[in-house]
Design a protein around this ligand. Sequence first.
Ligand code: ADP
Ligand code: MG
Length: 259
Amino acid sequence: MTAVPEPSSELAWLCRALKAPSLAAGIDRLASRAREQGWTHEQFLAACLEREVLARQSHGGEARIKAARFPARKTLEDFDFDHQRSVRRDVIAHLGQLDFIEARDNVVFLGPPGTGKTHLSIALGIRACLAGHRVAFATAAQWVDRLGAAHQAGRLQDELRRLGRTPLVVIDEVGYIPFDADAANLFFQLISSRYERASVIMSSNKPFSRWGEVFGDPVVAAAMIDRLVHHAEVISLKGDSYRLKDRDLGRIPSDDNPT
Ligand code: ADP
Ligand code: MG
């Protein structure tokens, strides 16, 4: 009698050959569930393949999260909406479905320091990575440095084209550092190269009315805001800094809070 290989060792070998370790690990349990629940052959095959596909997607997600260079790891689940009353939970939950990326729309977070702009930007970015989209995160100043270097090397257009293939670019901290004319121009090119082609999440501590100061030129600022918000969810965050929430510093003095 010829030796018929044990099904499990043959399957183990096949899974190795396919480089499908998650399938290998799950096959026994899936097979017993299939027997208990009377799955069809097709249902069983689909369950096996799905296991491997989901594992690969989540591995890919980790790789995309690393490549995106987020400054920290934040999730929508750990955002405290009871603390941040000025943003609607359902609006953020809807953004978390990521339709805006498919639609090539933008998201703009405006508000004072510590109100959660970076947190929400990262959380949406991580969602996007896990859903299979490539993401690139940097502050406005870092983007300008990167584009400036590409410009110096005579490959600005290549760089913008390359970035155009990244479905989501996050631009954090617009407004902390004012731009000179060259920087403002590079920045404008970044925004206009993505207009209606790929999404941007941008956050700023300055209202649009003050972007003229940030970009040193009200005309450039207006043209940029126009492209940015034409298809965008603009979210204004208000309130005290979350960073200071448990510190007994009293309220930070402001005009409506005379002490
Ligand atoms: P911003 O970018 O608006 O200056 P951040 O998003 O960096 O503020 O928030 C500052 C810190 O406070 C971060 O560690 C962030 O995770 C946390 N934080 C801010 N708002 C909330 C919130 N509503 N729920 C939970 N954590 C928050
Ligand atoms: Mg921030």
